[in-house]
Design a protein around this ligand. Structure first.
Ligand code: NAG
Ligand code: NAG
Length: 469
């Protein structure tokens, strides 16, 4: 008697029995371990003649003979044809369902990306209208548990610092001291400095002359993390000290350094605890030089400047204050360094973009793209985020600038900077071109050409990327 079930079990028996431990299975009809085993293949019918003895074996063989005959009959064939037909139909139906499912998924992906584009357009729109939105914040928010008071000396109203005469609150560059400020790395920026040659006019021979620079007042807290950049270039600079000043007076120095130093801007960083900062307090910088004017009025020992720039005061420990922002993207560089980047979609002029980056911490600056690996990493992040893709149509500012010397672009993150030429370069066609004679800032400009670089007017607003090294 033929049934599909029987056909199925016959095949299973064949497959399963071919693996029975070492026991030979002879194709055809046989009696094995008390069971009737047979398989359906050509010559089967004949093999059955050699079935084992006994009535069970005879029934086994008889059943096989009937089954093989049934399969061979018109009825059996049409049954197989109809089974195969319905299997094919089922397969076709499954394939159609799968295709429909794929169509739906593709449609869903399109809807998602359209939604993301719309969202980022809304964000861009809100930004251009000066509205803020919860969603655009995370890109810029530091997300740190402490508050920062930051001073870059770029404008008089920023920081209410006081200082002795001969201290210059807005020095932009100097032939004997740093060639450029730290905040912007160009003559467009300012810093606080003791001009040693100016001090010499009031100096006496062989005596050290000291000057004081006092910061604004900071609120009390349990700890403060202080960081600032200083320069002690020039052979006649002497010392720089920082003390904590409260209502009743100044502490002994909590940080000090003596000059001269060989490279311009250096980072100073220290922590002070409750004993120092439980009361409102200020930072008191003491700068010293031995410069003087000789009997004939000639300046002596007058080479150098002591500069201070980018002062950070966090009302917490340095550990709390100086990590990478939770909203940044970290890169595992092949040279072993792990810089983190924050992407800002709200367009700003270069100087304001720079300040935003500096405020992200003492090791933060507008991005310097110094290898193909770094450029490709940034492109990858931008292309993976619809809001950044949209913002990227107007380019991203970098720290690259030739504000100091026209035609000589440098990465300005360290103040003195490094020349762009000779490192990795990815200028677009006919770039830089200084159109109108006013294009001094390096933009990751051409989104369609892998963000090839171009120079643009620094006063125009663009999105930007900050890098924390
Ligand atoms: C830091 O200052 C901010 C703003 O004044 C304040 O809200 C916060 O509680 C302060 N944090 C600490 C740890 O003192
Ligand atoms: C970078 O390296 C860290 C530690 O080795 C690892 O946990 C992290 O997944 C890496 N990130 C990427 C993007 O490769």
């Amino acid at each position: 008697m033929f049934t599909p079930k029987l056909l199925f079990s016959a095949v299973v028996v064949f497959l399963a029995s071919s693996g029975v431990n070492g026991a030979a299975y002879i194709p055809g009809c046989s009696f094995f371990a008390g069971q009737c085993l047979y398989t359906i293949s050509q010559g089967q019918d004949a093999n059955c003649l050699s079935a084992g003895s006994g009535s069970a074996a005879a029934v086994c063989c008889d059943t096989l003979k009937v089954d093989v005959k049934t399969i061979g009959s018109d009825n059996g064939k049409s049954r197989i044809v109809s089974l195969l037909g319905s299997k094919a139909q089922a397969q076709a139906a499954t394939a159609q369902l799968e295709a429909e499912r794929d169509d739906l998924l593709a449609e869903l992906a399109t809807v998602r990306s359209e939604l993301a584009d719309l969202t980022s357009q809304v964000v861009t729109c809100q930004a251009s209208l000066g509205l803020s939105d919860g969603d655009s914040q995370p890109l810029t928010a530091l997300g740190l548990p402490v508050n920062l008071r930051y001073c870059d000396f770029e404008s008089d109203s920023d920081c209410t610092w006081t200082y002795d005469t001969d201290v210059v609150s807005h020095m932009t560059s100097s032939s004997s001291g740093p060639g450029a400020d730290h905040s912007l790395g160009s003559t467009g920026g300012r810093f606080m400095a003791l001009d040693v040659s100016k001090a010499a006019k009031n100096g006496k021979k062989y005596s050290t002359k000291t000057y004081f620079i006092t910061s604004q007042e900071y609120e009390p807290a349990n700890d403060y993390c202080i960081a600032f950049y200083y320069s002690m270039l020039g052979k006649d600079v002497q010392g720089l000290e920082v003390a904590i000043k409260t209502d009743t007076g100044s502490s002994y120095p909590v940080w000090s350094s003596s000059g001269p130093k060989s490279s311009d801007w250096l980072l100073a960083q220290f922590e002070v605890d409750r004993e120092y900062v439980a009361e409102p307090f200020s930072l008191r910088f003491k700068v010293s030089t031995s410069s003087y004017k000789d009997y004939y009025g000639n300046l002596e020992l007058d080479d150098g400047d002591i500069g201070i720039d980018d002062v950070y005061a966090y009302n917490g420990t340095c550990k709390e204050a100086l990590g990478c922002s939770p909203n940044s993207v970290k890169r595992n560089s092949s040279d072993g360094s792990t810089p983190c980047y924050t992407f800002h979609v709200t367009a700003l002029p270069w100087k304001d973009a720079y300040r935003t980056c500096r405020e992200e911490g003492p090791a933060s600056a507008l991005v310097s793209v110094e290898s193909e690996e770094e450029q490709n990493f940034l492109i990858g992040v931008i292309n993976g985020d619809p809001a950044l893709r949209v913002a990227g149509q107007s380019g991203f500012y970098t720290s690259g600038s030739d504000r100091q010397y026209e035609g000589s672009f440098k990465w300005t993150d360290t103040g003195s900077g490094r020349s762009v030429s000779g490192l990795y370069e990815n200028w677009g066609y006919r770039q830089p071109n200084n159109v109108g004679g006013i294009q001094d800032c390096l933009l990751l400009e051409d989104a369609a050409e892998g963000f090839a670089w171009g120079d643009v007017d620094c006063d125009t607003a663009h999105p930007f990327i900050c890098e924390k090294s």
